[in-house]
Ligand binder design. Sequence first.
Ligand code: LP5
Ligand code: MN
Length: 265
Amino acid sequence: MSDKPNKTLFISDLHLDTDTPDILQSLLAVLHDRASGADALYILGDLFEAWVGDDDQSDIADAVASALMSLSRAGTRVYLMHGNRDFLIGDDYAARCGATLLPDPTVVECYGQRVALAHGDSLCTRDTAYMAFRRQMRDPAWQQAFLDRPLLERHMVAQQMRQKSQDANSQKASDIMDVTHQEVINLLETLKVNILIHGHTHRPGIHTIRLHDAINGSDEAVRIVLGSWDQKAWVLEFSPEGYELKPLAHPQPAISVKPAKTAKA
Ligand code: LP5
Ligand code: MN
């Protein structure tokens, strides 16, 4: 029997882009130092800043796919869930990563506990402008019409959407961009689980929820919120002994110092 400690990792909201090489390095370090040898790695959405189709074969997409594929080939199960930035990731890219695409929400069994997983955006129901926008974005006909456009045009549309989203967010009250408490309870009750893990809100933390109506005989539930990787790499490590949400410093970028030129005699 193997004596390696069992653990499962959860991450989300890396928002990888061509101008975030430091976050890519941080991901590669987490895969090497922590995910290697783990039972499973779950990426709960917004791995990328914007995903415009699996045919967009950027260097960053290639680097992520080959690192995840190596992990998967070494025996760690790799799972991908869509976020609101990368919901167009398809079966082709998932296959290149050796990953399984999961629906949102999904219930998994983690060392004897049933755990619900979601990106988190669908729980922000007080953000009615976003809810309407989301419905349109998830319409398969709309998605196909978008995917049929040339790649350059898709990048331009994605950039415009990001800009409009940032403008809209700066005008919204902060609390409406958080999850709706009752929506979380509805989800826990529907799925009959006492643990929910999600990202999206960029408000990392572990919240204990007191329930009026017990679920699985317990009047308590837990909501674990993963963090965005803009300042730190947030990793949730789940093991048979419990779980820990860890903020990890990004590796320092290497500073290359050119040797001073020596004057020729
Ligand atoms: O992403 P974030 O965290 O900044 O804000 C989100 C919500 N915004 C979004 C929009 C995405 O950022 C855009 C990403 C696009 C990448 C993929 C392109 C693929 C297109 C496929 C087409 C089928 O999700 C934001 C929430 C916030 O989270 C907190 O929950 O508030 O919601 C909005 O900003 C929505 C606005 O309130 C309303 C819509 C404005 C955008 C209108 C777009 C117009 C398109 C112009 C292009 C020609
Ligand atoms: Mn998100």
